[in-house]
Design a protein around this ligand. Structure first.
Ligand code: GMT
Length: 375
């Protein structure tokens, strides 16, 4: 099949999922065309089946806000026509689904039929999508997609709740990891760099937006380190960075925290970690938690959104109510307290991650593609 993938090329989970999906499809022999405004960060992969088409956004001085959706639609028309694509798969509803709809209509007027699939990822529905000003467009674009998927059952339910006029059947296809890319048993020697005296290594990876509650990461860590000698690694960057730096000074924990900034492939650092912290306000799925589990790292998370579909309480880690840092710290200590318990949780986390291996999920997308293009 010839597939066009539209996504945000940045460090966000939806872009990562779209890119990894494209890479896996290309390995299966499909021709995959990425159409976005810059090279997706994880498209670090050579394949004769992968193509990238840049959407260039002009900076004409009349526009205070550049009309990205329009240039994206035009680019989609162009790529579909000249690369003879069979279908478009757009990740994140805003504005990708409505841009795809516009492209579909333009192509239909030229006698070309292009189906498009919209995958809902999370904040397009739970945060941004809740802004009533987006509602009519998102509802329309979802209803007019040829198929719609959500990355968890929780997100499917949220879509039905937040968009009461959505009539489209939404199929759940969970996020995935390529387990083979998480095999770094030889990196344990690097652990000494961050935990020189055999301390436990806690880790958090996110884009440091408010929804991630990175301040709770620091508060949990502060409690854990009083009971179990530990260090904390922070990966990522974003709007909360300054507040986090302030808080670590207030808590006097800065010396035990190492911030590594944005890292394209965090797997190598995850491989040396003992515990992942994800205290998010909401998380439609929690890809970061799944990546940790694939690295044999148990997860302390909240129980919001789709996290209970990923993290199994008492098995791959523990879940607590949003903001309950006492409970999260108590559970973290339970896991970290001795090697035997920690090893058991690490193994459990890995076994749970296996459920989401690409080998299980890729056929679901391929079937959906075939259904939609009628092959
Ligand atoms: O919140 C992010 O990290 C970015 C955002 C995105 O769409 O880029 O992530 C959402 O999609 C991910 C991939 O499907 C999910 O794993 C995240 O849980 C989801 N984020 C939220 O719901 C807050």
């Amino acid at each position: 099949m010839k597939i066009g993938i539209v996504c945000y090329p940045t460090f966000g989970g939806s872009g990562v999922v779209a890119t990894e999906l494209g890479k896996a499809l290309a390995q299966e022999g499909h021709k995959v065309h990425f159409i976005t405004y810059s090279q997706p960060v994880r498209l670090d992969f050579f394949s004769e089946n992968l193509f990238y088409h840049e959407v260039s956004v002009s900076d004409y001085p009349l526009f205070d806000y550049q009309p990205y959706e329009l240039v994206l639609s035009s680019k989609l028309v162009d790529v579909v026509k000249y690369e003879k694509l069979d279908l478009l798969h757009v990740h994140y509803a805003i504005p990708h689904a409505s841009a795809a709809y516009m492209a579909k209509q333009i192509l239909a007027s030229q006698g070309i039929n292009i189906p498009f699939i919209t995958t809902l990822h999370g904040t397009d529905i739970t945060l941004v999508g809740k802004d009533p000003s987006f509602e009519p467009v998102i509802t329309f674009a979802i209803n007019n997609s040829d198929a719609v998927t959500a990355v968890s059952e929780s997100l499917r339910q949220d879509t039905i709740k937040n968009f009461p006029n959505v009539k489209k059947d939404i199929k759940v296809i969970p996020n995935f990891i390529c387990l083979d890319e998480f095999k770094f048993d030889n990196l344990q020697c690097h652990k000494k760099m961050y935990a020189p005296n055999g301390e436990r290594l806690l880790i958090h990876v996110s884009n440091f937006r408010k929804v991630k509650r990175v301040d709770d990461v620091l508060r949990v860590f502060d409690r854990v380190r009083k009971e179990v000698p530990s260090k904390l690694i922070l990966i990522g960057d974003g709007p909360e960075r300054a507040n986090i730096e302030k808080l670590c000074r207030e808590l006097n924990t800065c010396d035990d925290i190492k911030s590594l900034g944005k890292i394209v492939n965090p797997e190598q650092v995850l491989a040396i970690a003992d515990l992942f912290l994800l205290p998010s306000e909401t998380e439609s799925f929690g890809l970061a938690a799944l990546e940790a589990m694939a690295s044999k790292v148990p997860v302390i998370s909240t129980n919001s959104g789709g996290l209970p579909e990923v993290n199994v309480h008492g098995v791959s880690g523990y879940m607590s109510n949003v903001g309950d840092v006492e409970d999260m710290a108590k559970n973290a200590i339970r896991i970290l307290i001795d090697d035997k318990t920690l090893d058991q949780f690490k193994e459990n986390a890995y076994q749970q991650a296996k459920q989401f291996d690409i080998e299980k999920i890729l056929p679901m997308y391929e079937k959906l593609y075939r259904d939609v293009i009628g092959k």
